[in-house]
Write a protein that binds this ligand. Structure first.
Ligand SMILES: Cc1cc2nc3c(=O)[nH]c(=O)nc-3n(C[C@H](O)[C@H](O)[C@H](O)COP(=O)(O)OP(=O)(O)OC[C@H]3O[C@@H](n4cnc5c(N)ncnc54)[C@H](O)[C@@H]3O)c2cc1C
Length: 458
């Protein structure tokens, strides 16, 4: 069923990945017109640049799903435009004529490691997870121009959670793959190492970390294995939480065994030791849990010497000037957390709201919140009327041309004036032309990078 209110609205979505494409599709199917602004060539977000490249089936399935959604006649995809850099948020909200702006820009800023002054070692001994995963997923591409990393034996990783386990796997695969080639002359592809596990591959070739001259990597987590958010509890009851904890613990030790890394629980970084301007070691303090709360044992410390430190302690939404934040989290109104504070027509979905989540949660949040935006705002005449009044007042004060025409059109038809629609179409077309974009399908074909072949199937 087509909602009559649809023709009144033109909606901007920032970010085209899991949650952005979900929202765009729901709106487009209801005949709302949508522009999706995406900062990268491709709209796949963490699926392309975060999820390690061995997740071939998951990546292909999710990217195909995003394509099916965004390749819609009511959606205009505008790549290579970063809101906050290429267009200011103020400008987008105030001057472009969109009735609603939806933030689906995910969480791309690594949380800062809580050690004073440690960031001076970024890319000089310290690597943050988002940069590392970007390199890992793209380094095989012929025209890759980003940072380059060489995983060092003895690397320490700080974190806990599924993505930290991916970081451990990635690092151990790199180390062992290189050592197998260098020392044993064996060329084992990453997909085989990931699927079988390092222990199984080393056993198969009758070798060991020792023979490969490797110590391996160490994961340090502030709590116990059972507290790791590896398995989501079914509900909030104590029983479900304990059951999920048991699964998380089993998972962690299974990974540590199969990928041959060390695990140090109940420890948090507190300081660093440097030598000749290089990061030499990290100092940790132990923790204990009292009444389910983490208590720091500041006197009980130990240090780990490391040639490379990887921080995998989570991501936050990258701040966009013009939006309100509570520390690093987007400040939301209290009505179930989808309306951004201080705006009547700006909403946020997916990882952009919490900085956390997985594909399922991002999709679900995208769907639920978009339906709420439609039911509670877009289909309410009052919402559109308010937008009209605001828009009218703004253009009256800012642009003294063609106002009379627009006013007449607004007041008589109570729909979005053609001049506003034309303005959105013209401005977005200029941006598409600047990027060299012609159609969604041809663009995706042109920009999809070379994929590695999964040799484990041969
Ligand atoms: C290492 C790792 C492993 C993971 N493994 C899994 C897994 O196995 N299973 C699972 O379910 N989930 C996994 N996830 C999580 C999953 O990838 C994310 O939860 C999901 O992709 C989030 O979707 P999103 O649309 O909210 O955000 P994103 O995917 O981050 O999309 C945000 C989009 O917005 C764009 N953007 C950002 N800022 C701007 C701007 N200012 N202007 C214009 N565009 C902008 C970005 O380029 C991006 O396309 C993993 C994540 C990581 C990092």
């Amino acid at each position: 069923m087509i909602d009559d209110n649809s023709k009144k609205h033109y909606i901007a979505i920032i970010g085209g990945s899991i949650s952005g494409s979900e929202a765009a599709f729901i709106l487009a199917e209801k005949e709302y017109r949508v522009v999706v602004f995406e900062m990268n060539d491709l709209p796949y977000g963490k699926i392309e640049d975060g999820l390690p490249k061995w997740h071939i089936n998951l990546r292909n399935k999710q990217e195909q799903n995003i394509d099916e959604k965004l390749n819609h006649p009511n959606i205009r995809f505008v790549p290579n435009v970063k809101i906050g850099r290429d267009i200011s948020f103020d400008d987008l909200v105030s001057n472009w004529g969109f009735t609603v702006v939806i933030l689906a820009n995910g969480a791309w800023k690594d949380r800062d490691l809580p050690v004073a002054d440690i960031n001076k070692f970024v890319d000089k001994g310290l690597v943050y997870q988002n940069a590392l995963l970007y390199w890992y997923n793209h380094k095989h591409e012929l025209n890759y121009k980003g940072s380059n990393y060489i995983i060092q034996d003895g690397t320490v990783v700080i974190g806990g959670g599924l993505s930290s386990l991916d970081v451990m796997k990635l690092g151990m695969i790199e180390l062992v793959q290189n050592a197998l080639f260098k020392i044993k002359g064996l060329e084992i592809d990453l997909f085989t190492l990931e699927k079988k596990g390092i222990l199984a591959v080393l056993n198969e070739y009758h070798t060991s970390l020792e023979e490969l001259n490797l110590k391996g990597m160490t994961l340090v987590y502030r709590r116990n294995a059972m507290d790791m958010p590896l398995k989501t509890p079914k509900d909030t009851t104590e029983d479900s939480v304990i059951k999920a904890g048991v699964v998380s613990e089993k998972l962690l030790y299974k990974y540590a065994n199969n990928f041959m890394f060390q695990f140090i629980p109940m420890s948090s970084p507190i300081d660093k030791i440097e030598s000749n301007g290089k990061l030499e070691a990290v100092v940790f303090h132990k923790n204990k849990i009292v009444n389910k709360k983490l208590v720091a044992l500041k006197e009980e410390t130990f240090k780990l010497k490391t040639p490379m430190l990887i921080s995998s302690i989570g991501s936050l939404p990258e701040k966009i000037i013009g939006l309100p934040y509570d520390y690093s989290i987007l400040k939301m109104k209290n009505d179930n957390g989808y309306r951004v504070d201080g705006f009547s027509n700006v909403f946020a979905i997916g990882n952009a709201v919490t900085g956390r989540g997985n594909i399922r949660e991002s999709k679900k949040h995208g769907t639920q919140m978009t339906n709420k935006i439609i039911d509670n705002h877009l289909t309410q005449d009052k919402f559109f009327e308010n937008w009209l009044i605001n828009y009218n007042n703004r253009i009256k004060s800012e642009v003294q041309v063609q106002i009379d025409d627009i006013e007449i059109e607004i007041q008589s038809k109570k729909i979005m004036p053609n001049k506003v629609i034309d303005m959105i179409l013209n401005k977005t077309k200029t941006l598409q032309e600047k990027a060299g974009y012609k159609s969604y399908e041809s663009w995706i074909k042109l920009k999809t990078p070379i994929r590695l072949e999964d040799m484990s199937k041969n």
